[in-house]
Design a protein around this ligand. Structure first.
Ligand SMILES: Nc1ncnc2c1ncn2[C@@H]1O[C@H](COP(=O)(O)OP(=O)(O)OP(=O)(O)O)[C@@H](O)[C@H]1O
Ligand SMILES: [Mg+2]
Length: 309
């Protein structure tokens, strides 16, 4: 609630006077050692094709990816490339037209409605817009408590104790139990959504742009939290993002999507190392940096490259 620093763009970015401003402008210092994939993936997406409504325009084309226990697959690509659609196909919200999704060695039912409760529990999802992912009329306690009741039949004191434990995990105190979503900041809302997904004790959490709406400092806090929880609970993430700095911080493997297809896929160290395909190169060179004149430089570089062609 206090104005701690005020100045010109150059001064704020290059010579911040306050420790806090410095933390805000020097983003993404998380270090994550890439893990080698195990021998068998526990979620395997094979050649899936999906389309919306009656249009039958294919939004996913022949997509295949594998996810290993306790690891993170990052899915990157421009807006409209089909990242969220892939999440919907895996969760059964949009049944694929062709291809299969195998989980723990057995095929998952295409439609959400046909999946047994246990499958629903194992695959949780956290959405980009935490605001609309929670019922505004329910308190934090009710929101986190619902999966505890639904999946584990916890009620009363037992349930409250577990809610308190989960709040503790996301570094929010018991004081938040009676708050409504509208009484939380964006980062706090996203933490509550994380706690709700953890309540189910899932093996895989699909995170769809979960830090995109947050400032770098809070986003970093959320990423650190997700990495810590991964270590503690051995949960895997399918992490959808258009932010390549985030990808560098958390991924073990990466799938690059373009127009519904996976155009590049492999371990983080491979995907982020040259030689690049034209699209990945463009994606990588489009990551804005906290550098004055970055945009002008990027545009100029691109003009020169296309003149060269
Ligand atoms: N409910 C829908 N009905 C019809 N078409 C849809 C629907 N949802 C998405 N699409 C289309 O499917 C394509 C892929 O959309 P999708 O939401 O998967 O993209 P995305 O990669 O998640 O993009 P973003 O980064 O903007 O979230 C887009 O062309 C989009 O217009
Ligand atoms: Mg999306």
């Amino acid at each position: 609630g206090r104005l701690v620093e005020w100045g010109g763009t150059r001064q704020i970015i290059k010579e911040p006077r306050q420790e806090y401003t410095n933390a805000l402008v020097s983003v993404h210092e998380i270090e994550h050692q890439e893990q080698k994939p195990g021998t068998t993936p526990f979620l395997s997406v094979k050649n899936i094709t999906a389309a919306y409504g009656r249009s039958h325009v294919k939004v996913l084309k022949n997509v295949s990816v594998d996810i290993y226990p306790g690891q993170t697959l990052a899915v990157v690509g421009e807006s409209g490339s089909g990242k969220s659609t892939l999440a919907r196909a895996i969760t059964g919200l949009l049944p694929p037209e062709e291809g299969t999704v195998t989980f723990d060695g057995r095929p998952l039912a295409n439609r959400l409605a046909d999946r047994p409760k246990e499958d629903l529990r194992q695959l949780q999802m956290i959405y980009q817009m935490a605001d609309v992912a929670m019922n505004p009329r329910q308190t934090v306690g009710t929101i986190i408590g619902r999966p505890l009741e639904f999946y584990f039949g916890l009620r009363g004191r037992q349930r409250d104790a577990r809610v308190a434990e989960l709040l503790d995990k996301i570094e929010m105190g018991k004081g938040f139990i009676d708050r409504y979503p509208a009484e939380l900041s964006g980062g706090q809302k996203q933490r509550v959504c994380i706690a709700r997904s953890l309540a189910a004790k899932p093996k895989l959490i699909i995170c769809d742009e979960v830090t995109s709406a947050l400032d770098p400092l809070v986003a970093n806090g959320i990423l650190k939290l997700l990495l810590e929880l991964q270590k503690e609970e051995n949960v895997a993430y399918l992490f959808i993002t258009h932010d390549l700095a985030t990808v560098k911080s958390i991924a073990d493997s990466i799938a690059v999507m373009y127009r519904g297809e996976v155009v590049r896929y492999g371990a983080k160290s491979q995907v982020l190392a040259p030689p690049f395909d034209a699209y990945t190169d463009l994606l990588l060179s489009s990551v804005p940096e906290m550098e004055i004149g970055w945009l002008e430089k990027a545009i100029k570089g691109r003009r020169m490259a296309s003149a060269g062609n």
